[in-house]
Design a protein around this ligand. Sequence first.
Ligand code: SF4
Length: 379
Amino acid sequence: MSRKSISLYIHIPFCKSKCYYCDFNSFVCRDEDVPAYFNLLRRELLLYKELLKGYTISTVFIGGGTPSLVDANNIYQIVFFLREIFEVDKDAEITIESNPGTLTLEKLEIYVACGINRLSIGLQAIQEDLLRKMGRIHSLEEFSHSYSLALKAGFKNINVDVIFGIPGQRLDDWKNTIEYMLKCEPTHLSCYSLKIEENSVFGEKHKNGKLIPVDDDLDRQMYWYAINKLKEKGYRHYEISNFAMQNYSCRHNLVYWKCEEYIGLGTGAHSFFNNKRYSNVINIRNYSDSIGKGIIPKENQILIAEQDRISEFIILGLRLIDGVAMEEFERKFDKCILDIYEKEITSLIKKNLLQISDKTIKLTSTGLDLANQVFVEFI
Ligand code: SF4
């Protein structure tokens, strides 16, 4: 019997300080807490040993938080450990997230030595005033230094995260950030539109009328500037917010968008396995108690009924610029997508939000701007 593929996400919830726009599961930690957390991660991995016996790990994503903040030997050991207990594909994509100002050549070389082959760096903007406004811990110079160290250490696949729609950001600021990126030539670029999250410093300021979001027109101008400029320079726009050079799409994130299986390890990490979705407990003490008892620290487990799987498959699939192939849908669900959603699809095509070409359903350019209006029709 052929082995099935699965992906692993490993959450490192530690950050040097909290960025003002962030509502992720991350917090400032004491150095002495780190080894204990990695010890728990190892024990959690062991809890999956039997369950994942017939599986090959195809991608691993070490995210956070700021995984590059911790002593790199912790990272080395966890990657080494998972190779010991699971079968990891020899071509597995193994990514680590990082922030400028936390990377050294030594750390980067340790990552390479344990087989990490993709580095993601959070830059967000190149203007020092915007970086300060967002509570980022680094300067542009530190990014530039980290980026050259990564190349020196041997990383050939580097993603950079940048943000547009930051309050106070001008169109020219964004254009300069994109221009700067084009000079760096990372293999992958994620361009996110800033969302003001309720549970963040920005959210609080916004509530008190002290933060004015950028208007929608400017946000869209920035988005389309990036799409056009990056395409012109050979990047493939393959997902709403993501761009890659040929063959450098993020294989791990494609697993999420294609509704394939993954296991999340660490506090608050999400999993999708055997048609069930669940998340790990966020509270570190509860996480530790559960692992101590030999129980996977999951909560909110739900069995995804077929209709919900169909709905997720379409919504996540439409995030991809290639869209949802009707034949793939039929193979997966043994149903024709048009039999289920003919009314919705026809109406979205009339509104110029969706198109069908080559038996594939995808967002139009207008649909890219109004994607949420499309998604809601498939819920
Ligand atoms: S570095 Fe990332 S995870 Fe940490 S606070 Fe900033 S945005 Fe959040």
